[in-house]
Ligand binder design. Structure first.
Ligand SMILES: Nc1nc2c(ncn2[C@@H]2O[C@H](COP(=O)(O)OP(=O)(O)O)[C@@H](O)[C@H]2O)c(=O)[nH]1
Ligand SMILES: [Mg+2]
Length: 201
């Protein structure tokens, strides 16, 4: 898949404000500062498409980006950001829940995990919740350049291994770096396969 066009479409505060053209959506989510904006910019080769910032936790809206006039990247707010007020975080969680459960256009969720960190309870809870509700997702390990290739692979394998306590089948997983663009082709090919209805690989 080659991304020829990527542009911001709309920021929605609720589901009813999301685009109504029925195009498939691939959502990106994770804890604040996990590298979500950087990953979206890397995948689209569009610097500044999703804002990267040193002040984490700023995206409060569901942001849609039109890709090639045929599908959307959806940038969701980070969950579990301690500096937000409880009330604001609850509002966000409600918005995320309704998007995940009700948005018919949603095809796949990319759940981002910082490859350097030990498994965090909040990521695991979110993953299990997606599974229980039948929402298809993949894991994207971010910031692999900070570890180097060997350690990155080890950490990813170790992480995935912890899921086996409950998960019979592991979700697809990608090791990425927005710095080195590692994982770009794999993720874009995966999206293309899903869009083409090829679910055999
Ligand atoms: N070394 C390295 N740093 C990254 C990578 N991705 C993001 N970062 C840094 O991590 C911080 C948070 O990134 P950002 O994309 O804004 O995270 P977001 O809050 O999840 O959208 C920024 O300082 C980025 O420069 C990566 O792949 N490698
Ligand atoms: Mg961001």
């Amino acid at each position: 898949m080659i991304i020829k066009k990527s542009e911001f479409t709309i920021s929605a505060a609720k589901l009813s404000q999301c685009p109504k053209d029925g195009k498939p959506e691939f959502a990106f989510i994770g804890r604040s500062n996990v590298g979500k904006s950087s990953l979206i910019n890397m995948l689209t080769a569009h610097k500044g498409l999703a804002k990267t910032s040193a002040t984490p936790g700023k995206t409060l809206l569901i942001n849609h980006f039109n890709i090639n006039d045929s599908w959307y990247i959806v940038d969701l707010p980070g969950y579990g950001f301690a500096k937000r007020s409880k009330k604001v975080q609850e509002e966000i969680d409600k918005m995320i829940d309704s998007y995940m459960l009700q948005r018919e256009e949603l095809v796949n969720v990319f759940l981002l995990i910082d490859i350097r960190h030990d498994p965090q309870k909040i990521d695991r809870e979110f993953m299990d919740w997606l599974g229980e509700n039948g929402v298809p997702f993949s894991i994207v390990f971010t910031k692999a350049d900070k570890l180097g290739p060997v350690k990155a692979k080890q950490n990813a394998a170790k992480y995935l291994n912890t899921l086996k306590d409950v998960w019979e089948e592991l979700p697809p997983a990608f090791i990425t770096s927005s710095e080195s663009r590692l994982g770009k082709e794999d993720i874009l090919n995966y999206i293309e396969e899903i869009l083409n209805g090829d679910t055999t690989s």
